[in-house]
Design a protein around this ligand. Structure first.
Ligand code: SAM
Length: 249
């Protein structure tokens, strides 16, 4: 993949506004659909992310593109009392839901929810020991910039752990995966009613097709290396439907 493509991935004019509108539209049923789409596997992916984060007890943690907060909740439980957990997202409605859910939980630490842009984080260099992010990179307008910001706000020795959708490489698995994605799209239509957002595809059409033209696996590892994570590597989950990228500053 050419370097320019690696940097930009799946892009189009007006993407930032479109993405905000997509997530505002689906916020209320996002969690339910996520569970259905991942066939309940999403919690296992997040537990794996925590394993790869290492010992984060009492550490400073940031979850970028935190959405309804699922990964931030895992981080808060793992890091425990005395830690700092911040969740940043560009869509206020997703954060409102995260906050509402947090109130029903008994977490060891209060999460600091902030509206903000992954491409321009408001934090000083070296502010965190761990940066996590789940399924956000497909949605940003500049992947390299987002990963570079994660690198910038990490302290030396800090870790990045990022989950993102990918495509199975094995031809047989890919065959079943394509059938499954078609079903997900059909199911998503029941929720989003196929309603066009900003004159573009419906929310769940986007969520299932946004993987097209988007770097994953070794191509994405190159982005992490370019952003400064020299030891970047990835782990394949669920037969290649998801990749978890890990790196150290
Ligand atoms: C697919 S959701 C993932 C939410 C959550 N991480 C999870 O695991 O369920 C992607 C999230 O990224 C957010 N997002 C997209 N672009 C962003 C940006 N530039 N800065 C911050 N958040 C962004 C969206 O608002 C949305 O909440």
């Amino acid at each position: 993949m050419a370097e320019e493509e690696l940097k930009k991935g799946n892009q189009f004019e007006g993407k930032e506004e479109y993405i905000k509108d997509v997530f505002t539209e689906i916020a209320d049923y996002y969690d339910e659909m996520n569970d259905i789409m991942s066939m309940g596997m999403v919690q296992g992916w997040h537990r794996f992310m925590m394993k790869k984060a290492g010992n984060i007890s009492g550490k400073r943690c940031l979850d970028v593109g935190t959405g309804t907060g699922e990964i931030a909740f895992h981080v808060a439980r793992t890091a425990g009392a005395g830690s700092t957990v911040v969740g940043v997202d560009i869509t206020p409605k997703m954060l409102e839901l995260a906050e509402r859910k947090e109130k029903e939980m008994d977490l060891p630490v209060k999460i600091d929810w902030r509206v903000g842009d992954a491409l321009k984080l408001e934090f000083e260099d070296g502010s965190f020991d761990l940066v996590t992010s789940g399924y956000m990179l497909r949605n940003v307008t500049d992947i390299l910039q987002a990963v570079s910001e994660m690198h910038r706000v990490l302290a030396p020795g800090g870790k990045v752990v990022v989950a993102e959708l990918s495509k199975p490489k094995n031809a047989v698995v890919r065959f079943f995966y394509n059938i499954y994605m078609k079903r997900v799209k059909r199911y998503g239509r029941k929720y989003d009613k196929g309603k066009s957002i900003d004159g573009r595809q419906s929310a769940y059409q986007w969520l299932t097709t946004s993987i097209e033209g988007f770097p994953y696996g070794e191509d994405m590892v190159k982005v992490f290396r370019k952003a400064g994570f020299e030891d970047a590597r990835y782990y394949v989950k669920s037969f290649g439907a998801v990749n978890i990228y890990v790196g150290t500053k």
